[in-house]
Design a protein around this ligand. Structure first.
Ligand SMILES: Nc1ncnc2c1ncn2[C@@H]1O[C@H](COP(=O)(O)OP(=O)(O)OP(=O)(O)O)[C@@H](O)[C@H]1O
Ligand SMILES: [Mg+2]
Length: 263
């Protein structure tokens, strides 16, 4: 009789062993899920703290503007008006002119502050008009040439997404003018399949990106870090590329969502 060659078989576990290894597998799976949950919660807390920090910074900036700008003008105005009571008639006209000029300055500063907080044009005429307006204003003040190019988009952008894009461009332009002293900036928004791409390129002084991001995350400044966190909140990504002396490129990719999906 021919003998069949013996094939090594896996050891047969008894039911108790099987149960034990199944329990161990389940325990490991539970630990993994728990760790993922914990990481998600930590990330969420970190984001919430960043949003809070950004809000506080904005409040601080607003408080400073109100105190140093409009508050000072109103104090000076009160002083002039109080002085008028004791003035001779010929001095009164001069004081009146000074007071009117202080009022004009204060009104102009209130307008500028209100535009900074929420430009009406974004709600009334939409993103492209608001970006063109922002570019015109920034260019007027700095002499820099700023080109805005918004490509054809398949759908109307969600309101929050428009605000986010506006804020990112606002901060990037402020940086390009303040730090880089750029002569030219190009802002381009285009659709790539189901995502939106924002590209901002300046020809200014450039910087060491790692060092700039590190500064921005350590609360010395908040612009770049808050931009990046806001973009993350919308499920997007922000990338920076720069070399000292070679300008800076900021690229944002965001998933497109319709107004109804975002609610
Ligand atoms: N376009 C740019 N060109 C060159 N350097 C830049 C540019 N944008 C940012 N930086 C560098 O990155 C650093 C961090 O920028 P960030 O916007 O976070 O802060 P900030 O502009 O200094 O302050 P804040 O925005 O909070 O008022 C800046 O100090 C600057 O050195
Ligand atoms: Mg900044």
């Amino acid at each position: 009789m021919k003998r069949t060659p013996s094939i090594p078989l896996p050891p047969i576990e008894n039911p108790e062993q099987q149960m034990r290894s199944e329990l161990q597998r389940l325990a490991e799976q539970q630990n993994r899920l728990f760790a993922q949950l914990q990481a998600g919660e930590d990330h969420f807390k970190q984001l919430a703290r960043s949003v809070w920090r950004v809000q506080e910074d904005e409040r601080r900036r607003l408080a400073r503007e109100l105190h140093d700008g409009i508050g000072q003008h109103l104090t000076a105005l009160r002083h002039r008006l109080q002085g008028m009571e004791q003035d001779q008639a010929e001095c009164q006209d001069h004081r009146l002119q000074q007071s009117l000029s202080l009022c004009e300055t204060a009104i102009e500063e209130v307008r500028a502050l209100s535009r900074l907080l929420r430009p009406q044009i974004l709600d009334d005429l939409g993103l492209e008009a608001a970006l063109q307006w922002l570019a015109r204003h920034s260019a007027e003040d700095s002499g820099c040439s700023i080109q805005v190019d918004v490509g054809r988009l398949d759908q109307e952008l969600d309101g929050d997404l428009k605000t986010l894009l506006f804020r990112v461009v606002q901060e990037a332009l402020a940086n390009a003018l303040k730090h880089a002293h750029a002569d030219n900036v190009v802002v381009r928004i285009s659709q790539r399949g189901s995502s939106l791409q924002l590209l901002i390129v300046d020809d200014g002084a450039g910087c060491d990106v790692e060092a700039a991001l590190a500064r921005s995350s350590q609360s010395e400044s908040t612009g770049l870090a808050s931009m990046r966190e806001r973009v993350r909140l919308f499920g997007g990504q922000l990338a920076l590329a720069s070399q000292p002396g070679e300008g800076l490129q900021l690229r944002v990719r965001l998933p497109l969502v319709s107004e109804t999906e975002s609610r």
